[in-house]
Ligand binder design. Structure first.
Ligand SMILES: Cc1cc2nc3c(=O)[nH]c(=O)nc-3n(C[C@H](O)[C@H](O)[C@H](O)COP(=O)(O)OP(=O)(O)OC[C@H]3O[C@@H](n4cnc5c(N)ncnc54)[C@H](O)[C@@H]3O)c2cc1C
Length: 388
């Protein structure tokens, strides 16, 4: 068994690094931290120009036919650099769904301009009254001739302020069982009737609550069959949940190593001289390895033509919880200095510890909370019955 990613992945990693060196500027990083918006149009358009918005897609659709293991190396570099990725991430999920399940007309309308970097797409699953229980969505879509009329609210519609469309889960048949009366659509944000209100989170990330009042869309914007939206969501949620935090973990580890080997300004001692620091760094290194291997196993399942449902949930669960544990360790080892703000040039490790802790908190929630991932692993991985 060879645990390395291989030459082509490492070559693609080098390409990602070179891209980031050129395009992930200090200005882009500052904008991301000041606004909480993890999307940069400059970066997005540069990715599109270099054919890097969907490198895993077949060449006939403008991709490069990269395998999932190659994509792991690519994403690791973006996370490691701390670059904004949400706009291209959610758009890639929705394009994948349209490619698999959309009508030919919708594919023609959406995929080419999206791959040219002309717009991004947000995810509209969660509602104020239904988060983890995604299928309880109450946003209504009612048919009116060749159109649908949409009314309701979506919570945590991240990047909606920059997006052209929201990929939306709606209820089309309130009399059917919960999972059976749902339909998914691509809803234009700028077509009238949509209001986007910002929501700032403790992670420092801006997300949104979005309101839909009598929004009219043609039937061509429907994805999948009427009332069969839960089948579409199966693919969407698997794609969303399979993201591990391997690059974020490596970034944190490097920051902690650098801090541990920098002499204290007052007495010249090194944090690494303290065995508690070494113990935490040792655990972090072991967890970083597990995170990386779980991410690679998920990618390997996908490369074999499988859908990494359980493997993706395991990778997301372990990596986000490990990241939270590690960032807490980092802050605790630093003492009061650990909570000095990210970006403060006089803060130890440039405030990386306090930012990592806030950021890690969010990772255990979005993409499905840890409880939900554990439930998926127990039910789908171990074959146990539903908890409720
Ligand atoms: C910063 C951020 C960005 C997000 N971006 C998006 C986005 O772009 N699009 C989108 O659609 N959604 C998004 N989400 C939603 C996210 O993916 C989660 O699904 C959602 O936050 C969970 O719902 P909730 O917060 O209402 O928690 P709830 O579902 O109300 O859960 C509250 C608590 O109960 C636990 N719980 C719930 N159900 C169960 C159960 N069956 N068994 C055990 N425990 C349970 C949960 O784990 C959690 O700890 C985002 C969330 C955040 C915080």
């Amino acid at each position: 068994m060879d645990f390395r990613l291989g030459e082509s992945s490492e070559a693609f990693r080098a390409e990602a690094k070179a891209f980031l060196d050129e395009h992930f500027t200090e200005d882009v990083e500052r904008m991301m931290h000041e606004t909480g918006i993890h999307h940069s149009w400059d970066l997005h358009r540069a990715l599109a120009d270099q054919g890097l918005l969907a490198p895993s897609w077949p060449e006939e659709f403008g991709g490069q036919g990269k395998g999932h293991l190659e994509m792991i190396a690519f994403h690791e570099e973006f996370q490691r650099a701390g670059a904004p990725t949400y706009g291209q991430g959610t758009t890639a999920i929705v394009l994948g769904i349209i490619l698999a399940l959309g009508s030919d007309e919708l594919k023609k309308m959406i995929i080419p301009p999206a791959l040219r970097g002309e717009f991004i797409v947000s995810l509209g699953f969660t509602e104020p009254e239904s988060g983890s229980d995604v299928a309880a969505a109450q946003t209504r879509a009612v048919r009116d001739g060749d159109e649908w009329v949409i009314n309701g609210q979506k919570m945590f519609t991240t990047s909606a302020q920059d997006a052209k469309y929201v990929f939306m889960l709606t209820r089309t048949n309130p009399d059917a069982p919960k999972h059976r009366g749902l339909t998914t659509f691509l809803v234009p944000i700028d077509g009238g009737g949509v209001e986007v209100q910002p929501v700032q989170t403790i992670s420092g990330e801006r997300t949104n609550i979005t309101f839909y009042s009598d929004v009219r869309i043609p039937d061509v914007m429907r994805i999948g069959e009427v009332d069969k939206g839960w089948d579409v969501m199966g693919l969407g949620l698997t794609l969303e949940r399979s993201g591990a935090h391997d690059g974020h973990t490596i970034r944190l580890q490097r920051a902690m190593e650098a801090w541990a080997t920098t002499p204290n300004e007052i007495d010249g001692t090194l944090p690494a001289d303290d065995e508690r620091t070494l113990a935490k760094l040792g655990r972090m290194a072991a967890e970083a390895e597990v995170t990386t291997l779980l991410a690679r196993r998920s990618a390997w399942v996908a490369d074999q033509g499988g859908r990494p449902g359980v493997e993706g949930s395991m990778a997301k669960l372990f990596s986000s919880e490990a990241l939270l544990r590690q960032s807490r360790d980092f802050v605790n080892l630093m003492g009061p200095d650990g909570i000095r703000s990210f970006g403060d040039p006089t803060a130890p490790a440039k405030g990386e510890a306090e930012y990592a802790l806030r950021f890690a908190l969010g990772t255990t929630t979005y993409g499905g909370t840890s409880e939900i991932q554990r439930d998926i692993v127990a039910r789908n991985g171990l074959g146990l019955p539903r908890a409720r």
